[in-house]
Design a protein around this ligand. Sequence first.
Ligand code: SF4
Length: 291
Amino acid sequence: MRDTIDIHSNDNTLFVTGQCNNRCLMCCQPPTKKDDIDFFYQKNKKIIESAPESLSVIGISGGEPTLLDEKLFMLISLIQKKMPNTYIHILSNGRKFSDCTYTEKFTYLAKEKITLGIPLHSDSALIHDKIAGVKGAYTETMLGLYNLAANEMDIELRIVLNKQNYFRLPQMARFISKNLVFISSVAFMAMEDIGYTIKNRDFIWIEPIEYIDYLQQAVLFLSQFNFDVALFNLPLCLLPNEIKPFARKSISDWKNTFLSQCNNCTLQKDCCGLFSTSQSVYKGLKTIKTI
Ligand code: SF4
């Protein structure tokens, strides 16, 4: 993460705390115990003060941003005052929104031009809690999703693809189509090989080529129901043609790279490439040559 806003970057995110109340097995930013909320609040205040008003999107991430409690509202107000036309994307595990009072206050103060990106690891509570590392996390996240929907918040559901959840992707798609119809978009995300993923490799890591068939079923099912579906962090050469159009150039510019073989690939300009921060390279990458 940078300490300043770069208007030309595809990722301007305020890091608000290293603390988190989940312990996700593939967390790329392992949580800290240090009480750093005031430190980052002061730092982010300065970043916002010097930010260009024409910035199109600003992110808020951590750690878990709702651990800021009401300070999160203050941060959002600062952004809205300085950059009234800027969209705010907040990445949260959603558990705090199981509290109706907090959710009502949050949506009263911060509804316009805000999207909440909330990860749901599975339609199964058991699997979600196993991946989130906290018993009861699924129930709180689901309650949070319903409370936010009741307050008409814009929600992006995030599904990080891993060894514990890939085999239920078609069931999960059906679950979303029946129970989470209010979601505005669903993003399926390939893992970054960093942080806790390295520590929990045997349990969590899976190569994209092993889950592509399950992913394709889920994506095509949800798109039939008019969900806005996106694939993040998946190079185009790993995807069947039917789901290539869902792929996004999602990797932040400051950690995006391509291999030398990509230079001869006709898909490079539309491809997300790879994480420069990952410890390994996905299997099955191949140069695509189309006439
Ligand atoms: S070869 Fe490289 S540029 Fe081409 S699709 Fe694969 S990762 Fe993307």
